[in-house]
Structures are given as C-alpha cells and as structure tokens.
Design a protein around this ligand. Structure first.
Ligand code: SF4
Length: 204
C-alpha cells in the first residue's frame, strides 16, 4: 500500500460507517439522504423515518408531505423525499423488497449515484469498493495522489491502484475519519501531521 495511505489506515484502523441503519434497505436510504449533508444530520432524522416506515412497502406507500416533514433538517427535502419513496417503490415492485447487489441495478434508482452505489456494495454486501466522498476527494488531492482537476472517477481509479483490493473498504472508512476529524476542509491539523512535507495543504 502507498506509504501515505498506509499511515492514514493505521491512524484510524477501526473507523467505520457512522450512519445509523438496521438493514441494507435502510443503509441505501440513509446514504441517499446523506448527499450534500453530514451523517450527523441524517442520523437526526432516519430513526424517526425508519420507525414510522419500518419496511420497504411502508415507505413505498408513504405520504410525500409526511416524509418531507421528517427529513426537513437534511436539506433538499422535496427532491430527496420523492427519491426515497420512488426507490422504495422500485425495490418493492422490481426486486421483491430486496436491495440488489450489483451496480447496474442500483444505478436505475433515482438519486442513487456512484458514491451511494459503492457504499451500498461495500458496507451492505462487503463487496470490495472504494466510494469517493468529499473528504476522500480532498485528501487524495492534498496528498498528490490525484491531480487537482481529476474527477471522482479518476480519483477512485488512482486510489484503487495504490491499495490492495482487500483493504479498499477499511481504507474508505479510515480516509473519511481522517478527513472528518483531522485533515478537515477548514483548519486541518497540519502542525501535528506527519504527512506535512508531502502535501499541497492549500487545496480545499
Ligand atoms: S499536512 Fe494538513 S492538509 Fe496535509 S494531510 Fe496533513 S492535515 Fe491534511
């Protein structure tokens, strides 16, 4: 494994998904809701959402206004509300209430992009994947693993080449913790960082 990534990997060896969920369907919904917001905000709403709509069919039949009211603190609640109800309908009608475990089937779900697909595969099904979120994108660029103008697909490709496949899932969590708690977008802890000499710290 790349030396810099290895350092981060061992800095947060026990990092894990911080979204609250009880099954793969709830994971899919939580990750979809987490676009453009924090896991903390999602976790404020999802226990209420999952309590009111415990099964796929319950959410598929949910009233949109009720769902919007529950997920309001997350932001973009109108769009996200429509998306999660539609996801539930498709999972119910097309996949008999089971979340599919392949990217092609997941990609037809509304509001479900590459990052969400990869999180569901990795976290839900333990299939090797390396989802690139805002933290991972920033860190890969700061540490010169990716170029500043690389898109997320390029960043993902470059990271995967530097990490053994069996470590992709844990590395994804370790990188997120590093970005969330140490190498933050604003005020990263550079003075304490052993990677300082290898970093373009000005990249936000
Ligand atoms: S030197 Fe600063 S910006 Fe660079 S990796 Fe370390 S904490 Fe992040």
């Amino acid at each position: 494994m790349d030396e810099k990534l290895n350092y981060i990997y061992h800095m947060y060896p026990d990092a894990k998904c911080e979204l609250k969920y009880n099954n793969i369907f709830q994971l899919l919904i939580a990750v979809t809701l987490s676009a453009q917001t924090t896991d903390l905000r999602v976790n404020m709403c999802t226990p209420i959402l999952f309590n009111k709509y415990p099964n796929v069919i319950d959410l598929a039949n949910a009233n949109l206004i009720d769902v919007i009211n529950i997920i309001k603190p997350i932001g973009m609640c109108q769009t996200k509300g429509k998306h999660i109800i539609e996801i539930a309908k498709i999972i119910h009608e097309k996949y008999h209430d089971e979340v599919p475990n392949n990217p092609d089937e997941l990609s037809i779900l509304p509001g479900v992009g590459r990052k969400t697909i990869n999180v569901v595969l990795a976290e839900g099904f333990h299939i090797p994947a390396l989802p690139v979120d805002t933290h991972i994108n920033r860190i890969a660029k700061r540490l010169k693993i990716a170029k500043i103008d690389d898109d997320v697909i390029k960043v993902e490709e470059k990271l995967k080449k530097k990490i053994e496949k069996e470590h992709w899932i844990q590395m994804h969590h370790s990188l997120i913790f590093f970005g969330r708690y140490f190498c933050k977008a604003q005020k990263p802890r550079c003075q304490e960082c052993k990677l300082f000499g290898q970093c373009r710290i000005n990249y936000k």
